[in-house]
Write a protein that binds this ligand. Structure first.
Ligand SMILES: [Zn+2]
Ligand SMILES: [Zn+2]
Ligand SMILES: [Zn+2]
Length: 343
């Protein structure tokens, strides 16, 4: 079972997972993407993954068989394990606990589709609804406090399979990045009585210079202090701290917005590797006035190097105003689904 260990200086938790341990020569310096003929995520290969947790499927079809549209399965190589108690303990000045949590894979299409932009709006809406369903369910487990949904696309972004999929890791602690956002937004709220994210949305809509996409209930923009070139955030315009409170119409609009933004990034940057992550409120809090869920999309165009590791400072070679203008102007035709046959 993996351990969770806390850095006693800054309070950052690390997952030390022995099950993933490799001998030193096993570490690859250049990541590779499995692109062979066989794909365990394609319809018909259900037996190649652990048994499904949920799936949206055709009426009358059987679990772990064909007939699904979105399928959620445990990760075959989980970073955390769902069984057992936390066994919080100290070792001298160090704090640790058992690596209890969940690590799931959301398979976004039964067909061998490679990009979010190649899914139909309806299909992508079901993917976003599956995120919500899993958070609602895992929230009931009182050992767990945070659900992080993320997507890795391309080897440089950490993906090992090309079939479009995302992941969910649920942890028994609130990750430090989220805690920093929550602390900062709480301070802003105490001082000004408003949500900093809502204020950002207002200002971005008024100035327009960093806006990538403006839909009735949703905005995408390149943040003022973007760390990375073409970093793009997507937020609901109405204040909401917890993603899992999203409604059906919110999911539909999110699918429309995400599909367009990803299509723009892929067209502008020639299908770069990228990550997206959903930042949402922790399980153990109700609706919060100071926090606002959002999606951060990070194209992997630069490498994090010594200065960034040493300082937390980023050097971004593309001003977000230029990135946003570029993305705004990129035309994306309503994309035809690109499905590759797998034999
Ligand atoms: Zn596939
Ligand atoms: Zn807000
Ligand atoms: Zn965030």
């Amino acid at each position: 079972m993996p351990d969770l260990r806390k850095d006693p200086i800054v309070g950052r938790w690390v997952i030390v997972a022995k099950s993933r341990a490799k001998r030193p020569h096993d570490f690859q310096t250049t990541p590779s993407l499995h692109t062979g003929k066989f794909c365990p995520f394609c319809e018909g290969q259900e037996a190649q993954t652990p048994g499904e947790i949920i799936a949206y499927r055709r009426a009358g079809s059987l679990p772990n068989r064909e007939g699904w549209r979105v399928r959620v399965v445990p990760n075959k190589f989980p970073a955390l394990e769902i069984e057992g108690d936390l066994n919080k303990r100290g070792d001298g000045i160090y704090d640790m606990m058992r690596g209890v949590g969940a690590h799931e894979v959301i398979i976004e299409s039964p067909a061998h589709v490679l990009s979010t932009a190649d899914l139909s709006e309806h299909q992508l809406g079901e993917v976003f609804w599956a995120y919500r369903d899993r958070l609602v369910d895992l929230k009931k487990d009182h050992r767990l406090v945070y659900g992080m949904i993320f997507k890795n696309v391309g080897a440089a972004a950490g993906a090992s399979l090309e079939h479009t999929h995302s992941q969910l890791i649920v942890t028994p602690i609130v990750p430090i990045t989220v805690r920093e956002e929550m602390t900062g937004s709480l301070e802003f709220h105490r001082y000004r009585g408003r949500c900093v994210f809502c204020d950002m949305i207002q200002q971005e809509l008024a100035s327009e210079k960093r806006v990538v996409l403006d839909l009735p209930g949703l905005i995408a923009f390149c943040p003022f202090a973007s760390r990375f070139p073409f970093e793009t955030w997507i937020l609901p315009k109405n204040h909401s701290s917890h993603y899992e409170n999203i409604q059906k119409n919110g999911v539909e609009e999110l699918a429309r917005g995400m599909r367009q933004v990803i299509a723009k990034i892929e067209a502008a940057l020639d299908r770069p590797a990228y990550n997206y992550i959903i930042h949402t409120g922790p399980f153990d809090s109700q609706e919060l006035g100071h926090y606002h869920w959002h999606i951060e999309i990070i194209p992997r165009l630069t490498k994090t190097a010594g200065f960034e590791w040493g300082t937390g400072f980023y050097i971004n070679p593309v001003p977000p105003e230029d990135a946003a203008a570029f993305l705004r102007e990129v035309e994306v035709e309503s994309p035809k689904p690109q499905v590759l046959p797998i034999k």
